[in-house]
Design a protein around this ligand. Sequence first.
Ligand code: TRP
Length: 326
Amino acid sequence: MKTLLSGDRPSGSLHLGHLLGSLEARVSLQSQFNSYFLIADIQAHTDNYLRPEEIKAFALDLVKDYISVGINPSLSSIVLQSSLTPLLELTQILSHFTNLNHLKQNPTLKTELAQRKVNNLSFLSYPVSQAADILGFGAEVIPVGIDQTPIIEFTNTLAKGINQHFKTTLLSPCEALLSPVSRLKGVDGSSKMSKSMNNCIFLKDSADEVKKKVYKMFTDPSHIHVHQPGKIEGNVVVYFLDILDPRQAELADLKAQYQTGGVADIMLKNRLVDIINARLEPIRAKRKELNDNAYLLNILKQGQADSLSKINKVIKPIKELFYLSL
Ligand code: TRP
């Protein structure tokens, strides 16, 4: 069975963009692969190092998010990055092989550096840490968003370079697995649902919060009376219905009617509220059951044990390549 590694930074709660972009795919992939889901707390610290308590809380919350969407800890491992010290040793080794000028040209990093206005060493080198995660696990399949593909390429370049130079096959190549919906717009209609833009519908939002957010969405600003024709281009409610509505044929009729006149915006909005809440309700219900922190910590301990035996198989021989064994 191939090894799959995926993960998230615990720097915020997961939202609808995560659900459609990666979580649902992970749930259906988990039994086909030897799956590890990494709570990348070390990576979260690279731009949140002044708020350790927040990151700890989000890390525990992420365990809840994972389990409540259907990641099953008896089928896959949920693991805390900081609990795997050998990954830090591998990060150190990989950083020797990382050319700084080359790293600074990485499109993922370049965009993030510009957005976040951080310039500390750990943030700059997070792709090296991520490469260590992937190579340390010997992971072959990495389900990520399209914006992360340059990191996967960077990882493969590192692995290839080291394998070639030392004539080994210690590091395995990996492959990005892109989900069909790799980017979801925000509730404000802007290009990406993201915590920093304050435009998310979170998995843990209540039914009422969902309603408030949907009611604030833009429709067609010139569609004032029900009988007027409404525009569907640029209509944020229609955008979300197109993606989420399970009854697409009925939606097509409704959209046609909306464009000729006679359909109120509020009707589209209520339809969307119901659809989102129907999708989130089972997740909310599962989350309510997960209020025992000791249980959640145990899952992480189990994940740590499973992962250590996996990564030590890869990392020990790499250490032996570079260091004296005592
Ligand atoms: N960079 C990922 C994110 O932004 C998190 C992550 C860390 C990751 N290590 C990983 C993803 C390894 C896939 C594989 O959420």
